[in-house]
Write a protein that binds this ligand. Sequence first.
Ligand code: HEM
Length: 219
Amino acid sequence: MAIKLADWLDERIGWRDVWKTIFLRNVPKVNWFYTLGSATLFLALNQAVTGILLTVYYVPTPDHAYDSVQFITTQVTAGWLIRGLHHWGASAMVVVVVLHMLRVIFYGAYKFPREITWMTGVILLLVVIGFGFTGYLLPWDQKAFWATTVGTRIAGTPPLIGDYLLRILRGGTDLSAVTLARFYGAHIWALPATLALLIIGHLYLVIKIGISAVPKKGE
Ligand code: HEM
């Protein structure tokens, strides 16, 4: 029955070719360091699923943000688990993506013909940092408020554009409801959309070009 259905679908949408291209492609003999990209992908999916679940109860206003996070942690069924997975997953993602980048650097995998894979990776790293920066404010507790006060002040230090940057980030001169709404918007819409598009491009190139082999001595 299942095989018949699979054949029926394959005749119509050709899913077996897609499956073969993604999962049955030839790869050189590699080692465990090559799993770091997939580990990052797994963590990104974890962030997406737990993040979507958190939006069910989180309220991005100064009056309710803190209480809604407390409610999620203490009252909602498995809320502590979902929040914990999102919180620790965020830190793990930063660590693992940096390790993945280090593997690419040490193995020279950024060289021809993978320059564009590298460039999409650099923007991915910035997006991951952007997630951390915007997400940190959302619990709206003292730590969040003052960390973002300091972080946005740092963004305000460059000459000429500093003041402008600070106002854009804060949505005014001080941290306010506008800042929270802005950070929330970036955290759940702009950054995820950018991340998804970049990951699709990154993986398209990984599959199209094929991954690099472990470099030999002197290479
Ligand atoms: C959300 C972030 C990222 C995801 C999900 C991701 C995912 C992947 C995956 C699955 C691969 C296949 C090979 C492997 O796993 O090592 C890969 C390869 C690669 N990644 Fe990433 N990556 C990310 C960020 C980055 C960053 C920050 C850089 C560098 C700045 C980068 C540069 C590369 C390069 C150059 C390759 C090709 C490596 C080769 O052919 O040996 N990636 N990436």
